[in-house]
Design a protein around this ligand. Structure first.
Ligand code: GSH
Length: 233
């Protein structure tokens, strides 16, 4: 059952109303067919949860489960990914998937580093600088493109099937280019044909394609649909 409105659903995800660090787990929760609720919180609710001691590490996302609260986006993804059949059963392949998720992490928070800059022009400039020739964003995109090019199967961690490493990379990477981050523009991706090819592969995976088939108008999740970047090719 996907994304219940039931406040008593056994699995409850709490995060801001953006893809960000929760999106991969949202996809995994849906593909696992669990009864779950997507609690979209604002800054005030986040502050209240933190104050109340509801957040094990003071941050979101968290997932409440019948067995207790789980924090850290990668831990949530691994836990739900296991239930969704999205983690390899072979121990080495599972470890390679973990390696990819952990190795990708330094490139994950690129856009959020500049969240605290209040002036929109200054924030835009800081984000644009990320994707200049020597910027951290460019370095990250090149590194991920190279890793994916090394894959023997086209899936991020060279696994035989799509798995949680792909959910993490796909949602984090392409979520950056939704237009939600001032100064980060989708045209940047035109310089990364390998990443566009990877987008095509994941977005057209039948479960992913079905998951994003009916998004609402204006949804930030448009970057996850097949053809989202087709005009750049
Ligand atoms: N390592 C954590 C990082 C979580 C994180 O950075 N969460 C941000 C939102 S994306 C947050 O809670 N920010 C609120 C704050 O730091 O005040 C994870 O992956 O879950």
């Amino acid at each position: 059952m996907a994304n219940s409105t039931n406040t008593a659903a056994p699995y409850q995800l709490y995060y801001f109303p953006i893809p960000g660090r929760a999106e991969a787990s949202r996809v995994a929760l849906s593909l696992a067919n669990l009864d779950w609720k997507d609690n979209l919180i604002n800054g005030e609710e986040y502050g209240r949860m933190k104050q109340n001691g509801d957040l094990p590490w003071g941050m979101v996302p968290i997932l409440t489960t019948p067995e207790g609260v789980l924090a850290e986006s990668a831990a949530i993804l691994r836990y739900i990914g296991g239930m969704a059949g999205l983690t390899p059963t072979d121990p080495f392949q599972a470890a390679k998937v973990d390696e990819f998720i952990d190795g990708y992490e330094p490139f994950s928070p690129l856009s959020s580093d500049s969240f605290s800059i209040e002036d929109v022009e200054e924030r835009t400039r800081a984000r644009e600088a990320l994707f200049e020739e020597d910027g951290k964003g460019t370095e990250g995109l090149k590194a991920v493109e190279k890793k994916i090019a090394e894959s023997t199967t086209g899936w991020a961690a060279s696994t035989t099937e799509m798995n949680i490493a792909d959910l993490r990379v796909f949602t984090s990477l392409f979520g950056l280019f939704s237009g939600n981050f001032d100064g980060v523009i989708k045209a940047t991706l035109a310089d990364y044909p390998g990443l566009l090819q990877y987008h095509d592969k994941v977005a057209n995976e039948p479960r992913i394609k079905a998951h994003y088939a009916d998004i609402s108008e204006g949804s930030l999740c448009w970057t996850y649909q097949p053809g989202a970047f087709a005009d750049l090719v």
